[in-house]
Every structure is written in C-alpha cells, then in structure tokens.
Design a protein. Structure first.
Length: 252
C-alpha cells in the first residue's frame, strides 16, 4: 500500500493488519470497536454468533462513540421517543424502558420511510404556497393595471413596493423550507445506519420548523394584510395627489 493512503486522515485503516501493510477498512464492528479490511472481516461475516451479536457499520473512527456514556455498554437500540441511541440497560431499566424502542436497522428503515413521506408533503406544500403567491401577484397586477395612463408611473412604483415587501417577507420563510430540504437530502444520502440515526434528531427539528412555515402569512385576511393594504393605500393616495398637482411622482 502506498504511503499516501497510510497517511491520509480520511481513510480508515484496518486495525488488525500489520503496521507495515495496513489496508483500507471495509467495515467497523460497533461491539469490538475495530475497523477491518476485507480479509479480517471474514470471521464476522461467516460466524453465526458474530453475525447476530456484532453490528457492522461503514468504516468509522469509533473513539468510544459506540458505547453508552452512562452504562458503558454497546449502543444497540434507537429510542424513537427521545430520538437517541441507547444500550440494553437504558432500554429495559432506566428512563427509556417505557419508550418506543427499535433496533438500528428497523429504526433506519422506518425513519427513512417517514422522512421520504414528509419530504413529499413539503414539496406539495411548497407548490401550493407558490401557486397562492402567484395567484395573489397576478390579481394585484390586474387591479393596478386598470389605473389611468396619467398614473402609470405611480402605479408601477406602487406595485414594485408592494411586491418587494411581500417577497422580502416570503424570502425569509423560504429559508426554513430550503434548510429542511437540504437537511433531509443529507440524511437520505447517508448510507450508514449509525450516522443516519445520529443526525436524525436535527433533521426532525428542521422538518418541524418547515412544517410550521406559512408563506401566505400577511396575504390572508387579518392584521398583517390590513397593514400592508393601508401602507399601499397611503402611498397610492400620495402619488395620486402628486400626479394631479403635476409634481414628479416619488415612491418615498
């Protein structure tokens, strides 16, 4: 093996190979906390008892992260209620004993399915919200388009002010949807079960924030829209007065 691979910190090396010829690890045993190459992995793949009791994950630097900090035992289960990895003692004796517990593989499958469903729901929500915004914008353009030629300049500036105000408000809310989309995409691209479960809690927080977003806020009947309409009316009245008096229209 080349020295470059040996020295590359991104490459996880087999811990059972000789120091002079360490090969890239293919899997890491969470129970043994050892990363193994193809050759040294064979025992884990062919011995029934090891297959059943020694969970394998993608190569990783264990550094004690596979053990419960409270009991020092192997993390084997995922608590769906608290969204965290736990050991057998946590699951049957301590604060998680009445919680919804799953094995890593089952939790990975169920949570991935849930994440995919919520991603689709958010896509539909985004499409619906965008359609509402487009409908509102079209309606406002049509209303303002009925103004007289004498007020063309005033109407144009008033329209731009209104759209800029709404778009500025919507832009901030779109950030939550974008963050949630990126977070879900990262989780869906994560093939390693353990890493996926570690990051799922943050993904759920991003999803909940995105689900609470209402891009139409300020456009529906209520105080927010009334305030926007009032500001538009006052600006419009000022511009109409300036146009009637022959004063150059200004949007201030």
């Amino acid at each position: 093996m080349s020295d470059n691979i040996q020295k590359d910190p991104q490459v996880i090396l087999c811990e059972m190979c000789t120091e002079e010829d360490r090969k890239p690890a293919r899997k890491t045993c969470m129970k043994c906390e050892i990363s193994m190459c193809v050759q040294h992995l064979q025992a884990h793949l062919t011995t029934p008892v090891l297959l059943q009791t020694h969970p394998l994950t993608e190569p990783m630097s264990a550094c004690g992260t596979t053990k419960c900090p409270q009991h020092g035992k192997l993390l084997e289960y995922y608590c769906l209620d608290d969204m965290t990895c736990v050991c057998v003692s946590c699951a049957i004796e301590d604060q998680h004993r009445l919680h919804n517990m799953k094995t890593f593989s089952t939790a990975h499958k169920e949570l991935m399915e849930k994440l995919n469903a919520e991603q689709q729901a958010l896509l539909v929500k985004t499409d619906d919200e965008n359609a509402s915004l487009e409908k509102w914008e079209k309606s406002e353009r049509e209303k303002l388009g009925h103004s007289s030629v004498r007020l063309i300049e005033a109407v144009t500036k008033l329209r731009d002010m209104a759209l800029t105000s709404v778009q500025s408000s919507v832009s901030a809310r779109m950030t939550s949807l974008k963050t949630s989309k990126n977070s879900m995409q990262a989780a869906q691209n994560e093939k390693d079960t353990y890493r996926f479960l570690q990051m799922y809690s943050q993904v759920r927080q991003d999803v909940e924030k995105a689900k609470a977003v209402d891009l139409r806020k300020g456009l529906e009947p209520g105080a927010d829209r009334d305030k926007l309409v009032k500001e538009m009316r006052e600006s419009g009245e000022k511009m109409v007065k300036q146009a009637d008096e022959g004063i150059p229209v200004d949007s201030g």
